[in-house]
Design a protein around this ligand. Structure first.
Ligand code: XUL
Ligand code: CO
Length: 438
């Protein structure tokens, strides 16, 4: 079954003049940018679910991909065939990181006991694969949204027995992630929200989620997992309202439950846009709150209002994203996971390569653009100047907590201040970005 990718050679860096569509034009893994290699900066990851678990079905039609390992029942042999295919893909792409949900990697299970056994059986195999390669695990997670038992949520379910099943999955998925040396563990609250307020006790559900996440944090420390925990915000889909709506909402939630120093965020641009936020807004909010973790790179379709999970191709948007990621100190444990899928008509093995090559070349270009912006940081210089008054006089007194509202009001009266408007220079600043995007 690993023969599925045999007709494709290892993908090499050939540079911008290459005509070979199955070669990197910009992603030169060992090239140094701002003191680190492109590979070290981006920490690119391939996701298991869209690439190896999905057969191309949509809500109107059957699978179109004919991946051999997806043809029969998802038993241990099929899970191992999928694993062979995945690692042969990783090898040809240059050994990127990978990410998985528990159910992506394992044979189907029908009881809690089987779940634990089947997961353990495949983790043994993954460990052996990883020992024989340089591919590393970026993050693991538990899928607590596909099975019908989770239709009303996992930890936010009205039935605590469902939350107990979720606890079982998180415990074992986190332990598997730890064992495989994962850099992080993600909580995407797939159905941690609701479809109608008529049957939902919102306050209670959010407290359930808060307590559940505290238990997960306690477990992380108990087992000695040193990776990061990240919540992945999304406003809706599949539920109408999800509690982890966006970065700002997640931060308020973390504060409410005393988790702001324990859990960060895994930001996904297509989720940001569904919430009515720009991608870079979410990154900057996470930087401002000190909770930036990782990115699930993808894009939505500007004309479609759903989570299309397409591979990214907007150089300007991703240049800005990389600029703000670098300004925040860059990825530490996090990285650039492609939570993206090829289109349903892109049914061949090579389409998976075109998608990842394009995404990696795009991010490498965006990184180089962002580095150029940082080396001569006109945007920062403009901002420093714009906020300079806050570092002296009454502005500083206010920020240091040394001025009352009376003090400020009296200052205004006494100094007779009537500030003239100062241009925000938006177009000038946009031009700076335009000239660097290439
Ligand atoms: C769903 C989504 C998930 C998470 C992991 O929109 O992004 O794949 O990344 O559960
Ligand atoms: Co995602």
């Amino acid at each position: 079954m690993s023969g599925y990718f045999d007709h494709i050679d290892t993908i090499k860096f050939e540079g911008v003049d290459s005509d070979n569509p199955l070669a990197f034009k910009y992603y030169d893994a060992k090239k140094k940018v701002l003191g680190k290699t492109i590979e070290e900066h981006l920490r690119v990851a391939v996701c298991y679910w869209h690439n190896f678990c999905w057969d191309g079905h949509d809500i109107f039609g059957a699978g179109t991909f004919e991946r051999p390992w997806l043809q029969g029942n998802n038993d241990q042999a099929a899970a191992e065939a999928k694993l062979d295919a995945a690692f042969s893909f990783f090898e040809k792409l240059g050994q990127p990181f990978f990410c998985f949900h528990d159910v992506d990697i394992m044979a189907d299970a029908s009881t809690p006991k089987e779940h634990v056994e089947n997961l353990a059986a495949i983790v043994d195999k993954i460990e052996a694969k990883m020992d024989a390669s340089t591919t590393k695990l970026l993050w693991g997670t538990a899928n607590m949204f596909s099975h019908p038992r989770f239709m009303a949520g996992a930890s936010t379910n009205p039935n605590p027995d469902v939350a107990a099943f979720a606890a079982l999955q998180v415990k074992h998925a986190m332990e598997a992630t730890h064992r495989l040396g994962g850099a992080g563990y993600v909580f995407w609250g797939g159905r941690e929200g609701y479809d109608t307020i008529l049957n939902t006790n919102v306050g209670h559900e959010m407290n359930q989620l808060g307590r559940f996440l505290n238990m997960a944090v306690e477990h992380k420390h108990k087992i000695g997992f040193k990776g990061d925990l990240w919540i992945e915000p999304k406003p809706h889909e599949p539920t109408k309202h999800q509690y982890d709506r966006d970065v700002g909402t997640v931060y308020g939630f973390l504060k409410e439950h005393g988790l702001e120093n324990e859990i960060g965020v895994n930001i996904e641009p297509n989720h940001a846009t569904l919430a009515g936020n720009a991608f870079e807004h979410e990154i900057e909010m996470a930087n401002a709150f000190g909770i930036f973790g990782s990115i699930d790179f993808n894009r939505g379709d500007p004309q479609n209002g759903w989570d299309t999970d397409q591979f990214p191709n907007d150089l300007r948007e991703n240049t800005m994203a990389l600029y703000y990621i670098l300004k925040g100190g860059g990825f530490k444990n996090g990285g650039a996971n492609f939570d993206a899928k090829v289109r349903r008509q892109s049914s061949d093995a090579e389409d998976l390569f075109h998608a990842h090559i394009g995404g990696m070349d795009l991010l490498a270009r965006a990184l180089m653009n962002a580095a150029e912006m940082i080396e001569n940081d006109k945007l920062q210089a403009f901002k420093d100047d714009r906020y300079a008054e806050w570092h002296k006089g009454m502005g500083k007194q206010m920020m240091d907590g040394n001025a009352t509202l009376d003090d400020m009001a009296n200052y205004c009266l006494e100094e007779n201040t009537s500030p003239a408007p100062i241009s925000g220079r938006q177009e000038y600043l946009e031009n700076i970005v335009t000239y660097v995007v290439k």
